[in-house]
Design a protein around this ligand. Structure first.
Ligand code: NAD
Ligand code: UD1
Length: 320
């Protein structure tokens, strides 16, 4: 079995690649390394990495024809809400058009794909009052990022129905863990917090810190993705053309996670208070019953996940 992982040198993608390799799959990666790093992939000798932009249509079509993957995991994206507000046209070309072009190509060819999985986001739910968010809750995408995720997700599912393609979507909530790149101001908050705590840097806190997120450790995300793939292979009807929340099911404010992380690291964060960011979601928490019905169970509480993440970072630092 062969899997193509776009964005496979990135944070979540590289953990997925590790897992797929460990399960005996032949894995290929397409990543332009704009945020990813080739060394995120642990068993490089067992993975074929193409450093290329997913917007290169001819290249992507050639790879599909030459490699004929059974599974496609579409993770490549500009993952930042704030970045999409700064660069809406650029992010649209990656977060929507590149996926759409691939679907169009697959529809018109006789490629025998077993599963096409698209990674959407909790950002699609926006600020409507219903909490926790269920997969059939109303959506209110507030940023170019969220609009692209929602519209792409709809295309992926509709193409599945209309052209009989084996598609499925996941809506990740806020994922954290090793290899999340902290280098940009648009990086995920926990990678930035880790970086600040490690080097005693000042952390810019946007808004009053009462905004909430549903944080999930990356290993639980991989558990969910693999479960969906396995269920898909056994009983397609449970997963085909469906969308799944992938989260912990616990609502945590930014203020509270800062406190927990200070406790775990036994240090005090230096904070610079900033105005809240535009287009942001105020409260976010998932209902994960649908995923649990597939057999999912959270293995990592927030505190245990943060501890594991921090220990890993310290070990990494002492090796360098
Ligand atoms: P990431 O930035 O670490 O990974 C994305 C990867 O895509 C990077 O390696 C980057 O180099 C690559 N990439 C970006 N643009 C590309 C392009 N034009 N061509 C080829 N490669 C390109 O982000 P991540 O956190 O691992 O996110 C993976 C996916 O999950 C994304 O689709 C993201 O939107 C989605 N997601 C992430 C979270 C989260 O909390 N991290 C939550 C919801 C959804
Ligand atoms: C994150 C993901 C996005 C995903 C979404 C799902 C990243 C970069 N973003 O977006 O891909 O779709 O979860 O819910 O992985 N903050 C600060 N200071 C900082 C950075 C962030 O205060 O230096 C605040 C933000 O203003 C926000 C919160 O922390 O209120 C979380 O920010 P961020 O990690 O960027 O996550 P989301 O915007 O939720």
């Amino acid at each position: 079995m062969k899997a193509l992982v776009t964005g496979g040198a990135g944070f979540i993608g590289s953990h997925l690649v590790d897992h797929l390799v460990s399960q005996g799959l032949d894995v290929i990666v397409v990543d332009n390394l704009s945020m990813g790093n080739i060394h995120n992939i642990r068993q490089l000798d067992r993975v074929r990495v193409y450093v290329e932009d997913i917007r290169n249509k001819e290249f992507m079509q050639r790879i599909l024809q030459e490699e004929q993957p059974d599974y496609i995991y579409f993770l490549a994206a500009v993952a930042s809400v704030a970045d999409s507000i700064k660069r809406p046209a650029e992010t649209h070309s990656v977060n929507h058009m590149a996926v759409f072009n691939m679907l169009e190509y697959i529809r018109k060819t006789d490629l025998q794909i077993k599963q096409f999985l698209f990674t959407s986001s909790a950002a699609v739910y926006g600020n409507l009052p219903e909490l926790p968010k269920k997969e059939d809750s109303r959506v209110e995408p507030l940023s170019p990022y969220a609009i692209d995720k929602y519209s792409t997700e709809r295309f992926v599912l509709a193409y599945g129905d209309l052209y009989n393609l084996p598609t499925v979507c996941v809506r990740f909530f806020n994922v954290y863990g090793p290899r999340q790149n902290p280098s940009s101001p648009y990086s995920g908050v926990l990678s930035i917090l880790t970086d600040c705590l490690e080097d005693n840097k000042v952390f810019n806190l946007y808004g009053d810190g009462t905004q909430t997120r549903d944080f999930i450790y990356v290993e639980d995300v991989i558990q969910a993705l693999w479960l969906i793939t396995k269920r898909h292979t056994q009983h397609k009807r449970h997963t085909q053309h469906e969308v799944f929340n992938v989260a912990n099911g616990v609502e945590t404010s930014l203020n509270s996670i800062i406190k927990t992380y200070e406790k775990v690291t036994n240090s005090t964060l230096r904070i610079n208070h900033m105005k809240g960011r535009l287009g942001e979601v105020k409260r976010s928490v998932a209902n994960v019953d649908k995923l649990m019905r597939l057999g999912y169970a959270t293995n990592w509480s927030l505190e245990a996940g943060l501890r594991e993440y921090w220990e890993g970072e310290k070990n990494e630092a002492s090796r360098n």
